[in-house]
Write a protein that binds this ligand. Structure first.
Ligand code: AMP
Ligand code: ZN
Length: 488
């Protein structure tokens, strides 16, 4: 089966390898990275995890040396400058010194956080400030070709010169103007024209350019870094759905205009948004959760990176996620179950069904369902009760061994290191852990339900069963008593 990815540009799943110009020896992916001035939040973690899985899949399909993954760091931006100006005032340094300090520190925190979430280092993590010369050159080319115009120290992209502007988001121009809360400025010819370059005053970080001292706009940063590291046309461009318009639309306009109309990317991929407990995450709502906070203490627990990652991958990347404590708890319990047989250094690859699920537009929920199937197969052969933890040992029969091995291989493929999860488990033993807690609760509920049934109080026994079901725990009544498993 070939790799099919949902392409926002065509609004369908495209067979990547069949797209014109695709070179299996040089597979290239660009993902918009963070703007670094503060800790990354759990929403920012989503594209990093999702595209890390795709990176692993591409490496598996085409070989590690044939895949290049670029995830940039935006280290020049007005939000960064605003934060740097505060720090500069407090510490008595220049805004530029403060910008350098803040972005270096935040970029490192980000890297540490996403490493804890099991993400591989991309092939390149360029910082925008390292590519300003290329941005200035690209803007110059756009001016020369008539796609951009200087005005009052700014340079603007003239969207009226790009007939297919809007083809990614497929919105007519007037609708975009109404929806985008675009900045209206007297120096713009058209309200949708966007900034390629803007002037910096003496206190603001800036670089020399033919249009005076200034700084690049955000969109041109990605176009220049993508071109420098991946060439004019590459295979996959990714980011969150919020970036589709205007950021990605503008990247397309600039790059195609600079590159004789050649496509910027063959496939455009967008992850869905993450919200927290039913609400948009916002500092003002008090529901803003950083990755660091989750790892180092949220609602009383240090959530292992493997758990956060697994919880995230349990939903398909294009669907929205409602992030709750409960999805972390369910992920914890599931991983605990998987770890029953998952200690092995896998000696086989993941199963075909697992790989096919990922090749079908990165269908991680289906891949995880296959892991559950493998777990049940391993358990069936080991004839264990589902809620009995078996220790890894050499006593397993061949069928159990194969299924358990494929389970471990699948987890490892998803970037879940069950051994470090287990290590973290052991380290946390001084404290009541989430899954132990849950197990105890479930066992107690099963006992209460058995008592209710014995007393012929079926209303109560059904209530207990439904309550567990709502938590994702399925009860199975059999001749040997009631067992339970985590809902798939
Ligand atoms: P930013 O630093 O805001 O440019 O965001 C970095 C990445 O995180 C981009 O790919 C965004 O689309 C993505 N992102 C930001 N917020 C969320 C969210 N709540 N859910 C999913 N992705 C998000
Ligand atoms: Zn970008």
């Amino acid at each position: 089966m070939s790799l099919r990815l949902y392409n926002t540009l065509t609004r369908q799943k495209d067979d990547l390898e069949a797209l014109p110009g695709f070179d299996p020896n040089n597979v290239r992916m660009y993902v918009c990275g963070p703007t670094v001035y503060d800790y990354a939040h759990i929403g920012n973690a989503r594209p990093v995890i999702v595209f890390d899985v795709l990176f692993r899949l591409l490496r598996h399909l085409h070989g590690e040396d044939h895949v290049t993954y670029v995830r940039n760091i935006t280290d020049i931006d007005d939000k960064i400058n605003a934060r740097a100006a505060e720090t500069a005032a407090a510490k008595g340094m220049s805004v530029e010194q403060a910008r350098v300090e803040i972005t270096a520190q935040t970029a490192q925190q980000y890297l540490d956080d996403v490493t804890a979430l099991g993400c591989l280092k991309p092939s390149h993590t360029p910082r925008a400030t390292e590519y300003v010369a290329r941005m200035v050159a690209m803007i110059g080319e756009l001016v020369t070709k008539g796609f951009a115009y200087p005005a009052e120290g700014h340079v603007l992209f003239d969207v009226s010169k790009k007939a297919d502007y809007g083809k990614l988001s497929r919105r007519p121009l007037d609708e975009m103007i109404a929806g985008a809360r675009v900045e209206v400025a007297p120096y713009k010819r058209n309200p949708m024209d966007f900034v390629l370059w803007k002037p910096s005053d003496a206190a603001t970080p800036g670089w020399d350019s033919p249009w005076g001292r200034g700084r690049p706009g955000w969109h041109i940063e990605c176009s220049a870094m993508g071109e420098a590291l991946l060439g004019e046309t590459f295979d996959i461009h990714g980011g969150g759905i919020d970036l589709m318009f205007p950021h990605h639309e503008n990247e397309i306009a600039q790059s195609e205009a600079a590159h004789h109309g050649h496509a910027l990317a063959r496939v455009w991929m967008h992850n869905g948004f993450l919200q927290v407990e039913g609400e948009k995450m916002a500092k003002s709502l008090g529901n803003f959760i950083t990755i660091r906070e989750l790892l180092s203490g949220w609602r009383g627990y240090n959530w292992p990176g493997e758990v956060i990652r697994f919880a995230m991958l349990s939903t398909h990347y294009r669907q929205p996620i409602d992030f709750t404590q409960s999805i972390l708890e369910q992920a914890t319990v599931t991983l605990r179950y998987f770890s029953t047989f998952g200690f092995y250094e896998p000696t086989v690859g993941p199963s075909d069904e697992f790989l096919d699920a990922l090749k079908d537009d990165l269908n991680t929920p289906r891949a995880i369902a296959e892991l559950h199937r493998l777990l049940n197969e391993a358990r069936g052969h080991a004839s264990n009760r589902p809620n009995e933890m078996s220790k890894p040992n050499a006593m397993l029969n061949m069928e159990t061994f194969t299924a358990a091995n494929q389970l471990a291989a699948g987890l490892m493929f998803l970037g879940i290191d069950i051994r470090s999860y287990d290590k973290c488990w052991v380290e946390n033993q001084g404290r009541e852990s989430i899954a132990q807690n849950l197990e105890r609760e479930v066992e107690a509920a099963i006992a209460a339900r058995a008592a209710a049934r014995k007393a012929k109080d079926f209303k109560e026994s059904d209530r207990i069963r439904d309550e567990l079901l709502a938590k994702g725990i399925v009860l199975k009544d059999g001749p040997a008593g009631t067992t339970w498993e985590v809902k798939r």
